[in-house]
Design a protein around this ligand. Structure first.
Ligand code: AKG
Ligand code: MN
Length: 226
């Protein structure tokens, strides 16, 4: 079989998080979800519910309802601010993103056995120079990615617990989605299912704008306590 052509800017890191880091991340996520419970987003035009349930952490969170797709600082059901991003997610961004400013949103997707996500572009952000960094936990899924048009050819591969994907460069605006999950392929989540986390920069970063190195990378600058 012919190998599909590489998609510029798409980086796959199979096994990026070992089991210990996966359990640390899951513990941190449990705290996030206790403060910001999963909600069911709805499609703006049809008002149909997504099959995926969602939450967020960080200063901004992605939501979808009859008024459209957007980022907002408050949980749509509790009205409270999203919880801060756990340090382990900031570490992952620093390791993988290659972008000097911190992420502003981490979208948490929970896929139960029959859930999926149609082909879409992540384009509600104002900053496309920052990649979207994705980490998966729990059951394996079939992830699909293509080009800048919905009709462009796509390729699909499996993402397992601990795998990371970076959508940068040309791939930043590539159509992508999740065709299905494979129930029972991981024992990380006691009830089964899949969690996907996507770290996003929403606004143009101050360090990116000025071309400076960020405080998190510059060794002489004291780290803020998070
Ligand atoms: O679940 C995934 O792997 C992808 C999620 C995604 O594309 C999104 O939340 O925008
Ligand atoms: Mn997406």
């Amino acid at each position: 079989m012919r190998r599909p052509p590489p998609i510029e800017g798409l980086r796959l890191r199979p096994g990026y998080l070992d089991h210990v880091r996966q359990t640390h991340l899951l513990d941190a996520l449990r705290d996030v979800l206790a403060e910001a419970p999963l909600f069911t987003p709805r499609m703006p035009k049809s008002d149909r519910p997504f099959t995926v349930r969602m939450s967020n952490c960080g200063p901004l969170g992605w939501v979808s309802d009859q008024y459209g797709y957007r980022y907002q600082p408050l949980h749509p059901e509790t009205g409270r601010p999203w919880p801060p991003m756990p340090a382990i997610l900031l570490d992952i961004w620093r390791e993988l993103a290659g972008y000097p400013d911190t992420p502003e949103a981490c979208l948490v997707n929970f896929y139960a056995a029959g859930a999926k996500m149609g082909l879409h572009q992540d384009r509600d952000e104002m900053e496309f120079a920052a990649p979207v960094v994705s980490v998966s936990l729990g059951d394996t899924c079939l992830f699909r990615v293509g080009g800048h048009r919905r009709s462009a050819p796509t390729q699909a591969f499996r993402l397992s617990s601990g795998d990371a994907v970076v959508l940068g460069g040309q791939a930043r605006l590539a159509f992508h989605g999740v065709d299905r999950i494979y129930p029972g392929t991981s024992r990380l989540l006691p009830e089964g299912g899949r969690i996907n986390l996507t770290l996003r920069r929403v606004t143009r970063g101050v360090f990116a704008k000025s071309g400076q190195r960020s405080a998190v990378e510059a060794p002489h600058v004291k780290q803020p306590q998070i």
